[in-house]
Design a protein around this ligand. Structure first.
Ligand code: GLY
Length: 446
């Protein structure tokens, strides 16, 4: 359970503004709502239907940060929780915070650079000796093509800017690498986000997401999670924002987590301190568990989606206190823990995703999903992702529609329950992966 020390300073009532509109934010809203300290939970007007059921709509356009700031002042908002990377890159953390009065959970643009500029992240990792794949930065098409021609062992081509999860291209052959380079630097399919690219070694192994709350002075590592990024069964097909996730994961053993803490989080956070970059939020390390040990594929500076859904399902205690402590450099004044049960999230998507898909399809079966056969110690949580309520009907409003999350005593049972509940959801073209969490990936030998 979470508890705070007597010296934890936090108002009895905290009005919170939650920025973000998707599945991750529904899970955050659900958890914030459980806090006895919560005053009003303000949410964005275009948030999904699940979030809108939990919060009150902020009347200001959240794109206009200056109006938003004045409105926060009037409504006595003391904590802003930022879900997605966009507002972090736009420095909402600096613009919305007011020393001593209003605090922001989420790093400033300087800290978020670890996510919005992969070339910068690589530079920080190199300088801090954080284990990561070898990589070279290019912004000239001919030079990049000449370099990939020398790579017989495959590589990964990454746009260095924010591309909504689409900017990473795994290229096992030189031909594929040439096409990926041309897409970024020739055809500019990612616009400004792809005018600089990183060409990295292709690493092998299972991927694990390790997230830590960082308050600028100390950090607390959350239980590890794994997500499935490919659209098809057996991890095939194009990349998506995430088709499902689970936590904890047997891949990240206690020993590997100690290595991750020592070799990844400690040196990265020290490097940020040396650069005078305050970091009050989540540092998310996307790791490849290679035979040579964990290596960082990328950093994100926010909660993962859909990893947040199983992580929030398992987090014991008060998320509002945890966010406030993170934003005010008081992490050492609170204690958090995780439910010993396993959680699995299966994302129900709309036909066509991750490409074109229809919107406005009526969703049925949510009550059936909640009601599936389970024991008293098992739970089903329905987090919305892309949904909207119109004329009393729940409709699809995105490619990822619902994040069906189950809690159970074992990983296998949590996966089974989440999959069975996802199968109850009905709308034309609904689909999901029935193999989330399976088969369990073996722990690599070192
Ligand atoms: N699940 C991957 C991400 O949130 O970026």
């Amino acid at each position: 359970m979470s508890s705070s020390t007597p010296s934890f300073r936090c108002p009895k009532t905290v009005n919170v503004l939650l920025l973000g509109t998707g599945g991750r934010e529904h899970a955050l809203a659900w958890k914030l709502k459980q806090s006895p300290r919560l005053g009003t939970l303000w949410v964005e007007a275009d948030a999904n239907a699940g979030i809108l059921e939990l919060g009150r709509v902020c009347p200001e356009p959240t794109k206009d940060v200056f109006r938003l700031c004045r409105w926060c002042e009037r409504e006595d908002v003391t904590l802003v929780v930022i879900g997605p990377e966009g507002p972090l890159a736009a420095d909402y953390a600096t613009k919305l915070s007011e020393p001593g009065k209003r605090f922001v959970f989420g790093p400033t643009r300087g800290g978020a650079q670890l996510e919005w500029d992969k070339a910068f992240a690589k530079q920080v990792m190199r300088a801090a000796s954080v284990p990561t794949g070898e990589g070279r930065v290019f912004n000239d098409l001919e030079q990049a093509l000449a370099y990939v021609d020398t790579r017989i062992d495959g590589c990964v081509v990454k746009a260095t800017g924010l591309c909504a999860g689409k900017g990473v291209m795994v290229c096992p052959t030189v031909d594929q690498a040439r096409r990926a380079v041309d897409a970024c630097l020739g055809r500019r399919i990612f616009g400004d986000a792809g005018t600089t690219i990183l060409i990295e070694d292709l690493l092998e192994g299972p991927e694990v997401s390790v997230l830590a709350l960082c308050d600028g002075k100390s950090f607390w590592i959350l239980d590890p999670a794994q997500d499935h990024k490919r659209v098809g069964e057996g991890d095939t097909g194009p990349n998506t924002g995430g088709m499902g996730a689970f936590s904890p994961t047997a891949t990240a053993t206690a020993e590997l987590m100690r290595v991750v803490e020592r070799d990844v989080f400690v040196p990265t956070i020290d490097a940020l301190k040396r650069m005078d970059i305050p970091f009050h939020g989540v540092l998310y390390a996307g790791l490849m568990m290679t035979p040579a040990g964990p290596k960082v594929l990328e950093f994100n500076t926010r909660f993962g989606d859909p990893e947040t859904q199983p992580i929030m399902a398992r987090l014991n205690g008060d998320l509002l206190e945890a966010c406030y402590a993170t934003a005010t450099e008081q992490l050492s004044e609170i204690e958090l823990s995780f439910d010993s049960r396993a959680a699995c999230c299966v994302v129900v998507c709309s036909k066509g995703y991750p490409n074109e898909y229809a919107k406005g399809l009526e969703i049925e079966g949510i009550d059936d999903a909640r009601a599936i056969d389970r024991t008293a110690t098992e739970d089903i949580l329905i987090f919305h992702a892309g949904t909207v309520r119109k004329h009393g009907k729940l409709l699809t409003n995105g490619g990822r529609v619902l994040s069906i999350t189950a809690l159970a005593a074992t990983h296998e049972r949590a996966c089974e329950l989440a999959t069975a509940a996802a199968a109850k959801i009905r709308f034309p073209g609904a689909f999901f992966r029935s193999d989330i969490g399976r088969p369990l990936v073996k722990v690599p030998t070192r």
